[in-house]
Design a protein around this ligand. Structure first.
Ligand code: OGA
Ligand code: NI
Length: 358
């Protein structure tokens, strides 16, 4: 029997009474996780399937300006064909901006549950929301995480007014961070276009108005980390994701049936390809299936920026990458439709991508 009845973890939010998430469980000192967080045996993070000794590629973005440009573009191409995930260093996003955003993440989640609950919303289509797991109303088994999601582009005062204003500097720091990440992402998209032999603005052009979302993931320590996951195995539905992680290990990427641990590098970002990148490149660049594990002693934070098409953008394999030897593998999708299908269920391996295979 749980020491605390489930009701004690329920808090009044804008939309009614809801579970206060895993932070509340951790703070109450539960020794046994509730059944709704226990994954099936097959999905649990079995240590014998995890590789700690391999490294995902690292791209040094400062080299793009010098004699080594061609070599860096080639490295990027190999990283995307081979892994679909890599880290970037010397990326020109100011360290100060990264640190202040991480500090804001900590301070937001340090707020009392009642305060955070002002932003609680379980509807996955809501653009700014504090939530638990992914789609807590629909999932039968939940992930061990709480999160704060917000749209960051196109930026307007109206949009910013929907963001949390606690702590008081939150909005200013988040705005600055979002703009910095956008600059980095546009540079990456140009490099990726070049690496595919497409004109430099190709990827930026197919995304129409562009969509940028920031997701702060908060993974409190878990008393039984072997039974659950911070986020289940999935691919990101967007085009490209730029993730800042703290120094606590947790992110893993699936490769040849094994999970490779992504070791944090100070001030680096982890960049992964999403489903739309795999569609646009007709499978040349693979999106990486990844997950996050939790541990029993340390809180872990990550800040993911999902960059992708606007909802009305039509996504299909780039015509320049199609010929007799390379017929199209994916059908055309309207991004908004794709996202709706993804959101209905939440993280689920490569399920959505397979649904648009020809
Ligand atoms: C995600 C994700 C991984 C992490 O939010 O989509 O994959 O390390 N997060 O938090
Ligand atoms: Ni992800």
């Amino acid at each position: 029997m749980e020491k605390f009845p489930v009701e004690t973890f329920r808090v009044e939010g804008r939309f009614g009474i809801y579970d206060a998430g895993v932070q509340a469980l951790f703070e109450r000192g539960v020794k046994k996780i509730p059944d709704k967080y226990v994954k099936s045996v097959h999905d649990r993070p079995c240590a014998k399937n995890v590789v700690l000794t391999r490294r995902i590629p690292v791209i040094d973005m400062s080299k793009i300006y010098g004699d080594e440009r061609v070599k860096v573009i080639q490295e990027l191409k190999c990283a995307c064909e081979d892994w679909g995930i890599f880290q970037v260093i010397n990326h020109d996003v100011p360290e100060r901006s990264m640190q202040s955003m991480m500090e804001m993440a900590h301070r937001f989640f340090d707020l009392p549950a009642e305060k955070k609950m002002q932003y609680y919303d379980s509807d996955p289509s809501s653009e700014t929301r504090y939530g638990i797991s992914y789609n807590a109303d629909k999932e039968t088994i939940l992930d061990w995480r709480d999160f704060l999601l917000q749209r960051c582009h196109p930026l307007s005062d109206e949009l910013i007014s929907t963001w949390p204003d606690m702590p008081s500097s939150y909005r200013e720091i988040a705005k600055n961070y979002a703009m910095n990440i956008r600059i980095l992402t546009l540079r990456l998209l140009a490099m990726l276009s070049e690496s595919l032999g497409l004109y430099r603005e190709y990827l930026a052009d197919v995304l129409k108005e562009h969509e940028q979302k920031m997701l702060i993931n908060h993974y409190p320590p878990c008393p039984q980390p072997d039974l659950t996951l911070g986020v289940s195995g999935h691919t990101d539905p967007n085009v490209i994701t730029v993730l800042q992680q703290d120094e606590v290990e947790g992110l893993q990427v699936l490769r040849d049936g094994l999970w490779i641990a992504v070791h944090p590098i100070r001030n680096a970002f982890v960049v992964n390809m999403g489903d739309q990148m795999q569609i646009i490149t007709n499978g040349k660049y693979q999106c990486a299936e990844h997950r996050a594990v939790v541990n029993s002693t340390k809180t872990r934070f990550s800040i993911a920026t999902f960059y992708g098409p606007s909802l009305d953008a039509v996504i299909c394999p780039a015509p320049k990458l199609i010929d007799q030897d390379h017929p199209p593998h994916y059908r055309q999708v309207i991004y908004g439709d794709y996202l709706r299908a993804f959101r209905a269920k939440g993280p689920n391996k490569k399920a959505y991508l397979q649904s648009v295979l020809l």
